[in-house]
Design a protein around this ligand. Sequence first.
Ligand SMILES: [Ca+2]
Ligand SMILES: [Ca+2]
Ligand SMILES: [Ca+2]
Ligand SMILES: [Ca+2]
Length: 487
Amino acid sequence: MVLVLMSVVLVSSLAPSAHGMREGSPIVIAGALLQWGDVLPSEVVAFAYRDDWHQIPVQVDERDIREFAQIYGSLSDDAIGRGGFGSHVFEEVYCDPDTFTGLDSNPTLDANDEIVFMAHDAGTRAETIEGPVGTQAGSGVEIALVDPLSDEATFVYLFLQDGTLDPSAGVSYVDYDFHLLSGEYRSTYNTAGNDESTGARNEDHGEQLNPEDSIIRTTVYERHWSYRWTCDRLSLFGGSSLVEREDYWISPGACSRNMGTFNAQEGAFIANISGPVRAIRSFLGANSGPLVQVDRIYYEAREDVAIYVRVHPRSAVGMFYVDHTVAAIGMTYFNDLNPTGVMIDGKPDRLEVGPICWELVAGDQGSMIRLHEMLTDIDFERDDLTLFYVDDVNTAINLCQACLEGCREPETLGDDHLIGASGVWNTAPLPNTDPSLLATQFLTTLTTLYYGEAGWTPADAMMRQAWADIPMGVQWTPWPRPADPAR
Ligand SMILES: [Ca+2]
Ligand SMILES: [Ca+2]
Ligand SMILES: [Ca+2]
Ligand SMILES: [Ca+2]
């Protein structure tokens, strides 16, 4: 693939020896922490001190409260214009001027906006009281990152700039090209999920709506999206795609609901944001759960996926699972119940099943870790959660099909195999979690993915599990400190 036409220069910041600095992990700070008064997000710049000041990339993502109906594109006086999904239901979301979500109603850096930089870009404590060139005197804030796992502290300094600096520091860790085949999002996206020939609501097993050719690219991994829910390519270091599908089943082989049916009906994008520190792909709509929300946040070597399950009662929660391509044959699959691993070779394996915390897929092609977490007030039992794992090129499990353009015949997307396919399977019934149906309970599943070089072992997964369990301490103080002696 020729990369010379890329609009930004992707830069790698990763150093193999930087494990103690939580390599690949972001630090996200709420605007509420900073007390600069009315400043614009573009005024914020970040520096690390390593014998001298070095500018590091920083990003501000604005958030605001929105009515879901607005995100679907319904006018306030015409709530049924695009289906009226989520009228009178509000949530704080990422802002995007190119979707119906629109800009933050407060253009300054306000309390719910997020400032993000990478933990491993931090440096030492500044040995000077002179701020960096291009910054406003008296605006400095020292952020101390204290890692309880190592008792080490590293430092990042935020400043307001004078207009001469670029907050990206001239680099980009991730580039997201959201490309809708129909054209501009607001004028062409079929948020109502209507059949384009009849104008009626599309069949749930009907044609896939709103095709895309969207790419997320870093120096470590690349993802390609063909529909709102469908990532049909995930490659590491420019290699072949290793993931054939990331799909949903209510139980293995049950195709009444899957990403094909999600794509066929109503949905909307909340926000598409590209770099320099992270990209955000945030969207809504899973059949009769129009307020089901997915936030996928992409860093250079990590991806955070939050699925806000907002839906009427269902017979089971089900599972999101990952299925690999034949290019993954030869890799090894591990999880915390099966740390010795099994070979991904299309031949069945014997695994301990039960609730799992982490998964690792590693081989010459590179390594992928998935950490699993759940935020909920539903009383799930430990036995409700189990492992789904199938490695079988001749699987007897029914694989779902979807209607592509024109819907002549439903087709199996990708291949006919389950290759090292796995996921966290929640077999418990799901109570009402849809706020538009006056739900009183909630469920959010969180998955943190790390991508890296060949040869990661369970120790690499356990270290990242520890990072998730014991967050980095973040302390801040004005800089230079008033008590600092003049030197
Ligand atoms: Ca805001
Ligand atoms: Ca704002
Ligand atoms: Ca096997
Ligand atoms: Ca497959």
